[in-house]
Design a protein around this ligand. Sequence first.
Ligand SMILES: [Zn+2]
Length: 240
Amino acid sequence: MEQASVKETKFFRSRKIFDNVTLISCIGGAQCYLIEGKERALLIDGLTGVGSLRAYVRELTDLPVLFVVTHGHLDHAGAAYEYGECFIHPADIELMYSKQHSDRKERLGFTASEPQNKATLEDVVPECPVKTYPVYGGDIFDLGDFCLEVIEVPGHTRGTIVLLDRVHRVVYSGDTCNANTLLGFPGSASVEEYLEALCHFQSYETEFEEMWGGHGGRAAQGRKTADSEYAEPGAGGVGG
Ligand SMILES: [Zn+2]
């Protein structure tokens, strides 16, 4: 059940979308999810690294936090430089380390769509070597009382994954199926590979009723709906 409480700081804004799930968004409009189980929590995606997401998450939960990225883009992997480790599909590790997706100026540039923000280069967590743990389709994150399962959906990037919670019937999709999913970037799969991956993802469609992505809110089964109660500048389904 969705709740209205909002926690806002200079760099982040969050609200509960389910009793055990917090949606966190950053300047520029990317969003990530903190999923809390009985024994541990899973942070799905890590925004840009502008401001300390790790400190923000620590205010939200006392549980040990595992960190996984749906793909290696700069607006999803920023917290890797704070945690010093992350779960990631191996096909996206090189992409995550590329200058375009790790450089502080590039990550600060993601905030430019909100010129009223006052972020500076000093606010950006410096890039550093990250211990990467590989994840593949079928892998499970066990949070104690329920699990999230990895599904590979290469397209937007070759290493894109989504995470399926069969108990609560929700999937967290990163940029896999945004309103305007972007292909043709360095690191993207071909259109043919993306189509094949979407058909594979579709085979899970009876297992979930809602899909929460990396930009622009929620898409329910059978109908895409902007999450209008939480509309934000720059959050209109941009597929970065
Ligand atoms: Zn992306």
